[in-house]
Design a protein around this ligand. Structure first.
Ligand SMILES: Nc1nc2c(ncn2[C@@H]2O[C@H](COP(=O)(O)OP(=O)(O)OP(=O)(O)O)[C@@H](O)[C@H]2O)c(=O)[nH]1
Ligand SMILES: [Mg+2]
Ligand SMILES: [Zn+2]
Length: 379
């Protein structure tokens, strides 16, 4: 075991965690300071990592070689397996995702918020929801938003960075060991929040602009900061439209309130999309149902577009307007067969409208041969 002497340090494998990623370099915080007392090295990436298809993310645990202590440089030789991953912003080995959205400037958009929550839930780590800029809305409206989010299964925190209102409960959650990632739209106040929690960071922030009071993409890359012993927090660049997963069947588990209903046995079908289909007791009478249905419709429209462009493998569950009941599990055909698949007319409308926005080439394909037939052939 390494005892800290120069001899043992020379032989011990040097490892650490990627705390920020630049174009061709990354900063790695060492597990133990080096012989010169240096705790952070600027590292290149060995090309063999790329050849093995390994992409480094902030938060990755890495092994280093080619150490040049006087220059403070090294090269990343290998990646340790990740225990969790957030796809966008890309962060590995996180233990908590904090979705930050502003109550005003820019206004809170429930569809956008739902997409951020879905991305966060995909990590299978605890998800926190922060409503920022609570000082810009009357207290009653702040309470209403918190009540809504509680119905969705979250424990939201409303806060204002400048005054420090509501900051301490967040500090407590973020001070737990592990890596928490702040993510959300540009201008939501993520960096301001970190500045309020750790004023010495002095992270760059910028006023929102334009009619919609959008953010200016001030933070350009993910960076990890220590907040308490063993507790790291990542700031991240804001963006406006998180992607949805490809598989519509995976969506229900990403809504905590729906997950709860499913755990209580509200649906007996294993391949149901819970869209009010006959025989599905989940129903449509829950507060985020419209947002859930819209996400499903968007996923189906994305899949239809991807199939035409040859980007996505056809899947019966992704057919425009499909109810997800057409493809029963083995042994379930008769039981599922009694439930007639419902073609939801609203979804057809969404698909057609989206298709009209496609390229001219796709439009002419629709006009000449009937796009629905073509999509069916492909699937
Ligand atoms: N009124 C008010 N303004 C805030 C609050 N928090 C942040 N702001 C302002 O909102 C603007 C955007 O804040 P940032 O911290 O740069 O937002 P961000 O989420 O880091 O944005 P990106 O880095 O672009 O993703 C700045 O002008 C902040 O001063 C708050 O609690 N109340
Ligand atoms: Mg920022
Ligand atoms: Zn169902």
């Amino acid at each position: 075991m390494a005892d800290g002497s120069p001899a043992s340090l020379a032989s011990a494998p040097i490892s650490g965690q990627v705390v920020s990623l630049l174009a061709n370099y990354c900063w790695v915080e060492l597990d133990r300071p080096g012989p010169t007392g240096l705790s952070r090295l600027l590292c290149t990436r060995r090309s063999r990592l790329g050849k093995r298809g390994l992409q480094i993310c902030s938060g990755d645990r890495v092994r280093l070689e080619g150490l040049d202590w006087p220059a403070g440089r090294a090269a990343v030789a290998d990646l340790e397996p990740r225990h969790s991953l957030l796809s966008r912003p890309p962060v590995a080995n996180l233990s908590r995702v904090v979705v930050v959205v502003s109550l005003a400037e820019p206004d809170l958009d429930p569809v956008q918020l739902t997409r951020f929550l879905i991305t966060a839930e995909l990590t299978a780590q605890p998800v926190d929801l922060v409503f920022s800029k609570a000082d810009l809305l009357p207290a009653e409206q702040v309470r209403q938003w918190c009540g809504r989010a509680e119905n969705w299964g979250y424990r939201p925190l409303a806060l204002a960075s400048a005054s420090g209102l509501g900051l301490e409960p967040l500090r407590q959650r973020l001070s737990q060991p592990g890596l928490a990632v702040l993510c959300g739209p540009s201008g939501a106040g993520k960096s301001s929040l970190l500045n309020a929690l750790r004023p010495d960071l002095k992270l760059r922030v910028a006023a929102v602009s334009g009619r919609l009071q959008r953010g200016r993409h001030t933070t350009r890359h993910v960076e990890l900061f220590a907040l308490a012993p063993g507790a790291l927090v990542a700031d991240s660049p804001g963006f406006n439209r998180p992607a949805l997963p490809e598989d519509p069947a995976a969506l229900a588990r990403l809504f905590p309130e729906l997950r709860q209903r499913l755990a209580a046995g509200c649906c007996r079908f294993s391949n149901c999309l819970h869209r009010g289909d006959p025989g599905c007791a989940v129903g449509t009478n829950w507060s985020r149902y419209d947002l859930y249905a819209q996400c499903l419709a968007d996923m189906e429209a994305d899949a239809a577009r991807g199939m035409r462009r040859g980007l996505v493998r056809p899947s019966t569950a992704c057919q425009p307007g499909g109810s997800g009941l057409q493809n029963p599990e083995p042994g379930q055909a008769r039981r599922v067969g009694r439930v007639e698949p419902q073609l939801d007319p609203r979804l057809r409308q969404v698909s057609r409208r989206r298709r009209r926005q496609d390229s001219e080439q796709l439009q002419s394909l629709e006009e000449t041969s009937g796009a629905d037939d073509h999509a069916d052939e492909l699937s």
